[in-house]
Each structure stands twice: as C-alpha cells, then as structure tokens.
Design a protein around this ligand. Structure first.
Ligand code: ATP
Length: 363
C-alpha cells in the first residue's frame, strides 16, 4: 500500500467547502483503488488565525510543510484583512521558501460546459499556462518613503534573474514538447519594459535553441488577450511572467466557462520540496457558507496532485468521472447557470467513480 502524506490548508472563504469536497472524493478514490491511501493533516492557517495571533501561519510554517508529499490548498483572503497581507502571509509565504517556481494552469472546455466565446470549443481551446512563480513582479522588492507626506513615494521593482528565467523557460519548453502540438507562446512586454523583459526574451531565444522540435513564438501581453479571445485554436502551451500569467489565466478560466472549474499546481520540479495544488479561484465571500461553491476546480486540482504523486491511472479515472458529471447539467452549480449544490456534485463524482470501476471490471 502506497501512502501519500498530504498537508491540507483549506484557509478562507469557500476554501474549506471545496477542500472538504476534494478530500471526500480523494478518499473515495483511494478506498476503491486499494493500492494507495492518503494521510491528511489539517492546518488551521488563514485569516481567522491572523485575527487571533497576528500571523496567518506560524513562523516555521514552510518548514513544517517540508515533511509532506504534497500540499492541498483552498483559498486565502478575507474582507477585513488587506489582500497583500493575506497573499504574502500565507500563499507566497509557502510558494517562495518551498521554491515552487513553476505554476501550471491547464485550461480546457470540459464536457457539458459552454464558453462565453461563440468560437471556442473543446477542440480549439486546450491550453496550458506556465506562470513564473518565484520572482518577477512578485519579488517583493521595493519600499515606501516619506509616509503620509505630500512627497510620499512607493517603488515596486520587478526582479528577473537569468537563472530564474532560464529554469521557467526550460520547464515550459519541456512541457510544450510533451504535448502533441509541440507549440509554445512566450508572452512578453519588452517593447515598454526594456530591461527585465528584454532579458526574458533573450533567455527564451537561448533556451529555444535547445528544443528545435518545439515551434515557438513571442507575443506582447496586450496582443495576447486579443489572440486568446479571437483565435483560441492558435495557442497551446503559454509561458508568462508572474503578473502577466496571473491575469491571463483568469481570462483563460473565464473563457473556459467559469473560474470555479480551473485548477493549478505550484511545482518544485526538482522535488526538493513539496509542491502545492489549489483551485485558481479565491475565497469568494459572496457565496461562502451557502453550499453552492463549484468543487470541480478542486477535483481537477486533485487530479494534478495525483499525477505528481505518481498515481496517473487514478488521476485519469477521477478526471473521467468529473467529466461525466460536468456533462450532466443537473450537476451544474450556479456559476455555470445551474442549481446544483457542492454536496450534490461531490456525491455525483463519487457515484461516477463507482461506475468507472464497473466499466473497468467489464472491460
Ligand atoms: P480573491 O480576492 O481571494 O482572489 P475573490 O473572491 O475576490 O478572491 P475569485 O475567487 O477570483 O475572487 O472569484 C470571483 C467570483 O467568482 C466570486 O466572487 C464568486 O462569485 C465566483 N467564484 C469563484 N470561485 C467560485 C467557485 N468555486 N464556485 C462558484 N463561484 C465561484
């Protein structure tokens, strides 16, 4: 029996609802499979802890996580705590010390889901966005002077290192090469940002020379939004900076039907540290506690975690079950125009897993 030790950090808003659903589905999957299981350890880190103690997680939080095989994360953010406090106090406080430098965000239109784009279908919208997750605009470099005075100043300096850019480019070219179309688009803004982004372009060109079998092109980030909207089929793998990819992947999620469906993995590809898996949506206070959060993004995230843990067959089984459920509009939550509740979608996926086993046994 293979045991996977998972740190569960549901955190804020709908985080506990979707992570609870994810754990239910993963436990059902493992119980049916019988060859692996999970040991979940729950961490109560988040905004409530911040209100009580002044910290979202303990000082040695990242250190505590090092012993786990993976981290299953919900969402962070609260209406009464500044967004930069919650982001830097928890999500970035985990990603950065654990060197999860590659943030991977697949986007597809799942069965039964329609895109707000008339021209987008499951055949022509199938992207994977790679976000540089350790430096760039999120390096935390900058400061403020003359606080409160008329000459108050604030700086926010993006940091691009040759090593940091090279490793994310190499990761993106490898990923592009592993996909059937072997096609990579490098997003940039080197017309206006003539230092960091020019280094980004130069390193892209150098790394591209190592991957002659990958066709690649370069797009300015503004033009990229137009191409994603008007010509989705011309894209496959995409690599962009921390900030650019953050914005583009929200657009991608919306174009694929709902932000409630999109998954993401924060990877430490060398596996020196555990990687972290989370739905891309945030804490969504408007629907918190109502039992209507879409758990599909978390289920897809769970599939990415299973792949990372070496359970590819179980991952494929879970994804098939999820797609069977999204295909049925009775199981669409309100963000998809339906009336289903989180618990109903979760039960339907567990049910579909049982049917998967029957099909597998018959086959
Ligand atoms: P944050 O500021 O923490 O990123 P947020 O709540 O401001 O989060 P998002 O999480 O990006 O923003 O979500 C925007 C809106 O999309 C939410 O207010 C909610 O209405 C909807 N939404 C997000 N996730 C889901 C989900 N899983 N199921 C249903 N609706 C969702």
């Amino acid at each position: 029996m293979r045991t996977h030790r998972i740190a569960a950090i549901p955190a804020d808003g709908i985080g506990p609802e979707v992570i609870g659903a994810g754990i239910e589905v993963l436990s059902a999957l493992a119980a049916r499979d019988g060859s692996f299981n999970f040991e979940f350890e729950h961490f109560d880190w988040g905004s409530e802890r911040y209100r009580a103690t002044g910290r979202l997680m303990p000082e040695d939080g990242a250190e505590q996580l090092r012993q786990f095989d993976a981290i299953f994360f919900g969402a962070v953010g609260a209406p009464d705590v500044a967004d930069h406090v919650t982001l830097w106090g928890l999500r970035l406080a985990i990603c950065q010390p654990l060197d999860q430098y590659a943030n991977v965000r697949p986007t597809r239109i799942l069965p039964g889901i329609s895109s707000p784009l008339r021209a987008a279908t499951a055949d022509n919208l199938d992207w994977i966005i790679v976000r540089e997750n350790s430096e760039g605009e999120y390096a935390g470099n900058g400061g403020r002077a003359h606080p409160g005075l008329p000459l108050e100043v604030a700086t926010e300096t993006a940091v691009f290192t040759r090593a940091g850019v090279a490793r994310i480019m190499r990761f993106a070219f490898e990923l592009a090469r592993s996909r059937p179309r072997k096609l990579l688009t490098v997003v940039t803004k080197s017309n206006a940002q003539r230092h960091g982004m020019v280094l980004w372009d130069e390193v892209a060109r150098e790394v591209a020379a190592e991957y002659p079998e990958v066709a690649w092109d370069k797009m300015l980030v503004d033009a990229m939004t137009v191409r994603m909207t008007l010509d989705p089929g011309s894209l496959d793998t995409i690599v962009a900076t921390n900030l650019h990819a953050d914005i583009l992947s929200d657009l991608a999620a919306a174009l694929a039907g709902s932000i409630g469906i999109a998954p993401t993995a924060n990877l430490n590809p060398e596996r020196q540290f555990p990687s972290m898996f989370e739905p891309i949506h945030g804490s969504a206070f408007d629907i918190t506690g109502k039992g209507v959060a879409n758990p599909v993004g978390t289920f897809w995230t769970a599939c990415m975690m299973l792949d990372h843990l070496g359970e590819s067959e179980a991952s494929a089984r879970l994804m098939r079950a999820v797609e069977r459920v999204t295909a049925d509009p009775r199981y669409h939550t309100p963000d998809l125009g339906g009336q289903a509740r989180t618990a109903e979608v979760t039960a339907a996926v567990i049910d579909a897993l049982a049917r998967e086993d029957v099909v597998a046994a018959a086959g």
